[in-house]
Write a protein that binds this ligand. Structure first.
Ligand SMILES: *[C@@H]1O[C@H](CO)[C@@H](O)[C@H](O)[C@H]1NC(C)=O
Ligand SMILES: *[C@@H]1O[C@H](CO)[C@@H](O)[C@H](O)[C@H]1NC(C)=O
Length: 256
């Protein structure tokens, strides 16, 4: 073996060691990357304490209120799905420290109290998907957005639900969501979403209908549909994070 090959061999071995080593994410820690810095215990289990501490140190001032983005939508509306997948999710991935996302699946649904049921713009499957999403939001709470993003970016929102839950909220059993969907809780959650949607002022004329810190304007919505990332950076009143300003930040990264 010539010396070049030996070096390549040793280097590959080094890379392999490093990526499985103590200070690097362990492939088998049982949490998706989005959860790694959620608690100290998870960070330790996944071997990323150092990276999480750096991340925390560069977090924006917690006393500044985040930008509250609330999306009133319905689960099978194509415009809603493309807003969630093309604008909201990528923006949230980059700006999650300075924004809060609130999802209200309901949209143009009608409540039929005499039948104890709902009627949806895109038919019964949409009602089903709305309830599944409402239950996921209630049960997984802060972990819901990646699950719902996974669903709305799949070809079949409903059939994708169990595997999306398993991928992005592995600690929640599908059975918990199912019993919410079939039981009173699902119905209560849909009713609550109806109340929230009907109390919008101005009343919504289409979906997705997006409010910022509780306020709707046509101008904000136009910007949200095309350049949400820039809008959230602009609306945030604290010190802008480097992704907003283009400033470079030197961090010790976990390169593999
Ligand atoms: C789930 O919904 C119930 C009923 O509205 C509510 O009391 C509870 O606070 C909700 N949980 C979360 C995490 O939103
Ligand atoms: C990055 O790592 C080097 C060597 O381990 C250390 O000296 C330096 O202080 C670290 N920088 C930051 C920002 O943590």
């Amino acid at each position: 073996m010539n010396s070049f090959l030996i070096r390549v061999f040793l280097f590959s071995f080094y890379v392999l060691e490093e990526c499985q080593g103590k200070s690097h994410p362990k492939p088998s820690c049982g949490y998706p990357p989005s959860q790694w810095c959620r608690t100290l215990e998870i960070a330790v289990e996944c071997g990323v304490q150092k990276q999480c501490m750096e991340l925390l140190a560069t977090r924006p001032d917690p006393s500044m209120p985040p930008v509250e983005v609330t999306v009133y939508y319905e689960s099978l509306c194509p415009g809603c799905r493309s807003f969630l997948t093309e604008q909201l999710f990528p923006t949230w991935t980059m700006l999650r420290d300075i924004m809060r996302v609130h999802l209200v699946p309901y949209g143009n649904t009608k409540e039929l109290p005499e039948l104890n049921s709902f009627s949806c713009q895109h038919g019964q499957p949409e009602c089903q998907a709305n309830i599944i999403e409402a239950c996921i939001l209630n049960v997984t709470n802060h972990g819901a957005f990646p699950v719902i993003h996974c669903m709305v970016s799949s070809s079949d929102v409903i059939t994708a639900a169990p595997s999306c839950l398993q991928l992005y909220a592995p600690s929640v059993e599908w059975g918990t969501i199912e019993s919410c969907v079939k039981g009173d809780l699902g119905h209560i959650l849909m009713h609550e979403n109806g109340v929230k949607t009907r109390s919008l002022s101005p009343a919504h004329t289409h979906v997705p209908w997006v409010t910022f810190n509780g306020v709707y304007t046509d101008d904000l919505e136009d910007k949200a549909m095309s350049t949400l990332f820039n809008l959230v950076c602009k609306l945030y009143e604290g010190i802008k994070p480097p992704v907003c300003t283009g400033a470079l930040k030197k961090l010790n990264r976990s390169f593999c």
